[in-house]
Structure formats: C-alpha cells, structure tokens
Design a protein around this ligand. Structure first.
Ligand code: TRH
Length: 407
C-alpha cells in the first residue's frame, strides 16, 4: 500500500439534472488544480458535463479539460470492466488510483473492484449527499466493509459543522467574488454578455433557478405589484414552461424578455459553472435548487431561497428545515420568520402563508438577511471539503499501510 496519494479516480453516475456532475466536476478540478493530484473523472453522461464546461466534447471517450482527464464511463465484459483502447490501439487495463471516490453511492464496476483488491493501494470513499441533519455527525467517516471482497469504503458527508466533511470551496473564490463586486467594468461586461444594460441601483436583481413550481405565479404577481422594480433572471431549465404560462407567450428561449407591472423577466442561457457564480454575485437575491447551486448561493453571501430537490416521501422538507434551523440561528426572530415563510411557500408546503405575502416579508428583511448571509459564508469557509477529504484519505491510507505491513 502506497502511503502517498497522487492519483484520484472519481466516478459519477448522472441520475438527473446537473447536481451529480456539478459536484464531481467541481471536486475533480479542485483536487487537480489546487492539490496537484492526477484526476480522472469517469462520467456515464458526458453531455451533462458539456453544459457546465463548454469545451467538453460529448463525442470523445477520453479528453482533458481544465486539468482533469475526463473519461466516458461505460462497462463491458463479465465481470463488467472499464477498458479502453490506448493510443497504440491495444486494450488498456485500468489501474485504480490511490484515491477512489464514488459519488452518491454509484456502483463501481466489478472489474475495477477486483483490480483494487489485487493492488491493495486504494482508499475508497463514498461521497454522500449534503444534509444539515444531526444524524450526519454520527455517520461521517464510518467504514463499510464490502460484503465479499477484502475492501472497505468510507462514508464522507459534506455538511455545515466541524463533525462533517465541510463544503466544496475553491481557494480563490472569495477573492474572485469580492474583485467582481468591486469592479464596475467587470459587472458591465457581465450584463452586456447577455445583451443587457447594467441595471441601476434602484432595481432589485433576482436570479431564479428552480424546478417546476406552482408558487411562481404568486411570486411574479408580488414582484409586479411591488414598489421596487425587479429584474428576474431565469436560466433556461425546468421552470420555463411556467414562465411561459404566466406571460401567455410562445416558448421562452434565452434572450426572451417579459414585462408585467414592476417586474421584468429575462431568460438567460445555461452558462458555465464559473459564470453561474458571477450571476449569483451580480444579483441581490438568488433562488437556487438541488445541492450545488445552494452551496454556491451561500458563498455568494446574498439572501437566497432554496428550492430543495423534491423526494417522494417528503424527507426533503426535513432536510430543508434542518438547514433553516442552522442558518437562522443567529437571526432576529422576525427575519428568521420571513426566511422560513418564503422557503416553505416556495417549496409548496400546504400550511405555508401565501407566497405573495411571504415574498413581501422576505423583501422587507433583505438587509438583515444579507448580513446573516455574509457571516454564515465566513464561518463556513473554515471547513473545506477538499482539504478534509485529503486529510481523511491520507489517514486511512496510513492506517491501511500499517495493517498490511503487519500481515
Ligand atoms: O440540477 P440540480 O437540481 O441537481 C441535483 C440533481 O437533481 C441530483 O440528482 C440531486 O440529487 C441533487 O440535485 C440534490 O441542482 P444543483 O445541485 O444545484 O446543480 C446544478 C448545477 O448546475 C450546479 O453545479 C450549478 C450549475 N449551473 C451552471 O453551471 N450554469 C447555470 O446556468 C445554472 C443555472 C446552473
């Protein structure tokens, strides 16, 4: 067993949307570019990556993008094995890396597991979903022995406390964010790249990334009737049919603009991950969804509204409330109530107050919510997932090397 970790394989099975690949792509770049690891990202749907990184070529099985080797993950043979034709046309057997990350419990190919057994060199991590619930503390870092092979994988939970693995945060993110926000020309260029003039200070800028949502019409009504002009930027995605329904228009596309009272809605193209951060930084309030955009909104340090990924049994509302409880702990009760009200209404909670009222309350408390967002981001930044993951993996690697030497 090698004691150092120089190579990393990340396996990503895209279930739906962009969160699975969004997290894996971010982690892959961070491990490669900030920590000098040789990273292979195995993804079964390179098309989803191409949305986040436009230079990724969907047709290629192997390619290098932004310091990461991206490989199409497909398996064949019995046992299912990852195999590729090398540049000389010969079949290339895959050597497992020292650090193996399966994202969100995706199932590693049997042939790859066998190679891990033969090599005895890999630390195997299951990177879990993000949750603010307390039970995560007891599960973070736990080993899970394979039922039949001499392999152990370890659960690694992202989270919001020191008893978890922390959150993905690039080393220079805050510096880039602050530089962007202090640079009028950079902001001007940002708006112009979407064919828009930079909105004046009197306009409230809102980004809106969400799933299908029955509360949208109420939110738009409230903005249209409000006293402050609102510019709402909607990236192309699942919520567009409802935008269309609200304005009774033909299908919206990137560049479509609609006006109703004090509300102007502008549809944006789906941009690369780095530019999505700029959108969050450029806006005053951000509506986000899933997992990764929610974390990015926290780093943007602006008031935000989370449309959590809906789960059939309703457990998502427990996750949502666990987060609200942590996030609002330092807020005055009225501001906490305003946040809670809009988040419940936006997530379709039946007992919630009408979204129009919830929006007006949230809007009224935005200055306090902004202060809270800034403090929250500073506090959370202390707990960096990539650093924690590497420390943890090295510790497991040393422990295993010691065990193997003793055999
Ligand atoms: O897309 P999401 O809803 O993804 C997920 C998946 O549904 C997943 O299966 C589920 O488990 C998880 O949510 C909780 O939301 P998320 O996680 O915010 O991912 C969106 C990614 O897309 C994120 O990395 C930000 C990025 N993005 C861009 O790069 N450009 C854009 O224009 C937009 C709107 C988003």
């Amino acid at each position: 067993m090698k004691k150092s970790i120089n190579r990393c394989d990340i396996f990503c099975n895209v279930i739906d949307n962009y969160g699975d690949i969004g997290v894996c792509w971010r982690l892959a770049r961070q491990l490669a570019n900030e920590h000098g690891l040789v990273v292979r990202l195995w993804v079964d749907d390179p098309g989803s990556l191409a949305k986040l990184c436009h230079e990724a070529d969907v047709a290629r099985d192997i390619q290098h993008c932004r310091g990461v080797e991206v490989r199409r993950w497909y398996e064949f043979g019995n046992p299912p094995t990852l195999r590729y034709l090398g540049s000389n046309g010969d079949e290339e057997a895959i050597q497992p890396a020292e650090l193996v990350i399966e994202a969100f419990s995706c199932k590693l190919p049997q042939g790859y597991l066998d190679a891990m057994v033969a090599q005895r060199q890999s630390v195997w991590i299951n990177l879990e979903y993000l949750s603010a619930e307390d039970w995560v503390h007891g599960c973070h870092g736990l080993p899970s022995p394979h039922p039949s092979l001499p392999l152990t994988k370890y659960f690694f939970f992202p989270g919001f406390t020191k008893q978890t693995g922390g959150l993905l945060l690039e080393r220079d993110l805050f510096a880039r964010r602050d530089a962007f926000q202090a640079d009028a020309a950079a902001q001007q260029a940002f708006w112009q790249s979407f064919g828009m003039e930079m909105p004046g200070a009197e306009t409230l800028k809102v980004s809106l990334f969400g799933y299908e949502n029955d509360a949208l019409a109420g939110l738009f009504d409230a903005c249209a009737e409000g006293s402050q002009p609102v510019l709402c930027l909607v990236p192309e995605g699942r919520i567009l049919p409802q935008v269309r329904k609200y304005f009774g228009d033909v299908a919206p596309y990137a560049g479509s603009s609609y006006v109703c009272g004090n509300l102007r809605v502008h549809v944006l193209p789906f941009v690369e991950q780095e530019r999505y951060d700029e959108l969050l930084w450029a806006c005053d309030i951000n509506f986000v969804r899933g997992e990764d955009s929610c974390v990015r909104a926290q780093w943007a340090a602006k008031p935000f509204v989370w449309h959590i990924y809906p789960q059939r049994d309703g457990v998502h509302m427990q996750k949502l409330r666990a987060f609200v409880a942590r996030y609002c702990a330092g807020l005055p009760p009225e501001a906490a109530q305003a946040l809670h009200g809009l988040w419940e209404a936006w997530n379709g909670e039946v007992s919630s107050i009408p979204v129009e009222k919830a929006w007006n309350d949230f809007h009224a408390h935005r200055s306090m919510l902004r202060q809270c967002a800034q403090g929250w981001a500073r506090e959370l930044a202390e707990n960096n997932l990539a650093l924690n993951l590497l420390d943890f993996s090295r510790k497991i690697g040393r422990m295993r090397a010691f065990e193997i030497e003793g055999q």
